[in-house]
Design a binder for this molecule. Sequence first.
Ligand SMILES: [Zn+2]
Ligand SMILES: [Zn+2]
Length: 348
Amino acid sequence: MRALRLLDWKTEPVLVEVDEPIPGPGQVVVRIGAAGACHSDLHLMHDFEAGAVPWNPPFTLGHENAGWVHALGQGVTGLDIGQPVAVYGPWGCGTCARCQLGIDPYCENVAAAPVPGGGGGLGLDGGMAEYMLVPDARHVVALPAGLDPVLAAPLTDAGLTPYHAVRRSWGKLPPGSTAVVIGVGGLGHVGIQILKATTAARVIAVDTREAALRLAEECGADLTLPSGPDSAEEIRRATGGRGADVILDFVGADPTLALGAAAARTVGDLTIVGIGGGTLPVGFFAVPYELSIQTTYWGSRPELEEVLDLGARGLVRPKASTYSLDDALTAYHKMRDGTLEGRAVIVP
Ligand SMILES: [Zn+2]
Ligand SMILES: [Zn+2]
């Protein structure tokens, strides 16, 4: 079969011929219907060096995947051949306290995971291929009726990651509250839809790109602001001087973190989702009183079921453009240049 593989750090992936996977006991092979292209893949290709993460190339890219059950290993029950499924992306040990709750990205025994701190497309073979081996059937989640794999695939990361970040702040988003989304890319545009679908908060979107702000409007943002030196002041003005109750930073660079802290309301949440690598000085006089600042990484398996339900009911719909395996690099180049709108989905 054909697979888009990262063969080494600091290289672009290449389309090569590899053997079709065969499921061992407890494993599942999924015929891939769609695999989302994620901004973090660009970091894998261009930024990571040996030692940055506990795993190394070669592996097949693609960590947000959906398709159909193709083959079942010995002992797997509850799944049928041909059944449409999504693949839960982060693969933990399965037995620690965090994995028991289904929040594998926070696994506390990564040495016992299939790959430490990774998953399919992140150290092990992912879904940018015709078939993908899922090492444990618990990572295979049935798709609700009517949800196409092309929409389901991005929901497993570009949907699940913002969903987890929004869900943990639900208590701070009553009617009358304001949420700010910084960075309206693959995750941010879905984040706006999730805020609109699951809370009554007013949503303000901030981005440097005009096209991204138009996408934010399409997704239901109540106010869009071009990112600039006055952004924090404009957010304060738009919130009666109070600031925003919840800020979701999908960029995570120094300027966006500073904007988040400057625009946040007391007792608010500033959640860093983007892996831009920035830092924020925190101290008594540096941030609003009782502002909670946290990172989040991906989401839990029960949350994936919830976000797939939102997708099946049409309440959340990633703006997806499809590319063949042959054109996958075009998608990544557009993403790198900032000209990709929404999510690119590879359909093998
Ligand atoms: Zn991702
Ligand atoms: Zn674990």
